[in-house]
Design a binder for this molecule. Structure first.
Ligand SMILES: O=C(O)/C=C(\CC(=O)C(=O)O)C(=O)O
Length: 292
């Protein structure tokens, strides 16, 4: 394995867009700190520490109120770093875990107590060695009440995964819209396939996130804005948004998080949709008990 990598911008700009009160960065991660929370022996990348203090400082700098911390593959199925960050957030963070599918009900309940509200299935071959669909389905049938599944795959795998996704008995949240080729535009085959997926089930949500990963034209990522804005306009009740900080594996060209935030009004131009994307929708998935 190579040296530890820094994948984030060390001096992100202040965004022009001001998020509404209560806004949630619903896709971000923590890395380590390694001395306390070692990385998995199976990790495919070895990042520098990006712990809760850095994450919360960025949250405040960008004008957000809350975080959803998604367990990244470099920590495998040991969710300690994610749970530690949630515990330090003073109620301002919840999380998504990656679990060994043989996890017990008691362990799942302990994760719930720690602020976890979903589990993540990662199908990216460059990030994980195996993704056993049968075991994933089994564990998805015995999740605590109110949880969902977050799924990460690439566009060319969508059709293969349809029967698996159809069988998942809880709401599904698709990371980065299943990584479409945004240069195809809003009517391209990837966008059409993703819309067919959304039409197939009303409880499939998505993250219109990661212009930096998905748009080869680079910052200001106009191909991303063109391809994604119509999707958000058509499904405003089914999307949640996040920075993806600390941008795992983006060390060659770390995006400016201020610019990432300034994508929000380009894909969600009205205050009404911004509120859904940033406050109401993530509130339903992650703070339903607090809203009750
Ligand atoms: O987190 C992301 O948004 C994307 C990742 C990393 C990842 O998912 C992981 O390590 O679990 C990627 O595409 O390299």
């Amino acid at each position: 394995m190579s040296d530890r990598i820094v994948s984030w911008h060390t001096n992100p700009s202040k965004p022009r867009f001001v998020p509404p009160p209560g806004a949630v960065d619903a896709h971000c991660h923590v890395f380590g700190p390694m001395a306390q929370f070692p990385f998995s022996p199976k990790a495919k990348y070895l990042p520098e520490d990006a712990g809760p203090e850095q994450l919360f400082a960025l949250r405040d700098h960008l004008g957000f109120s809350r975080n959803v911390i998604v367990q990244a593959s470099c920590h495998g199925t040991d969710n300690s770093a994610t749970l530690d960050a949630i515990a330090k957030s003073e109620g301002k963070a919840r999380g998504v875990a990656v679990v060994d599918p043989a996890i017990s009900e008691r362990e799942l309940e302990a994760l719930h107590e720690g602020g976890i509200r979903g589990i993540r299935f990662n199908f990216l071959k460059r990030l994980v060695d195996d993704a056993p669909k049968d075991k994933f389905l089994e564990v998805s049938r015995r999740l605590p009440k109110g949880w969902h599944v977050v799924i990460y795959f690439e566009a060319d795998f969508l059709e293969d995964l349809r029967p698996f996704m159809d069988a998942i008995p809880v709401p599904l949240v698709v990371d980065h819209m299943g990584r479409p080729d945004v240069t195809q535009g809003p009517e391209g085959p990837d966008a059409k396939a993703f819309r067919r997926l959304l039409e197939g089930r009303e409880d499939i949500w998505f993250k219109p996130t990661c212009p930096d990963r998905l748009d080869p034209t680079g910052d200001p990522w106009s191909a991303f804005a063109d391809a994604v804005a119509p999707l958000v306009a058509d499904y405003p009740d089914r999307c949640i948004w996040g920075t993806d900080w600390p941008h795992p594996n983006m060390h060659d060209c770390p995006p400016d998080d201020g610019h990432i935030v300034d994508m929000i009004p380009r894909i969600a131009p009205t205050v009404e949709v911004q509120l859904k994307l940033l406050v109401d929708n993530p509130g339903k998935l992650y703070w339903a008990d607090a809203n009750a």
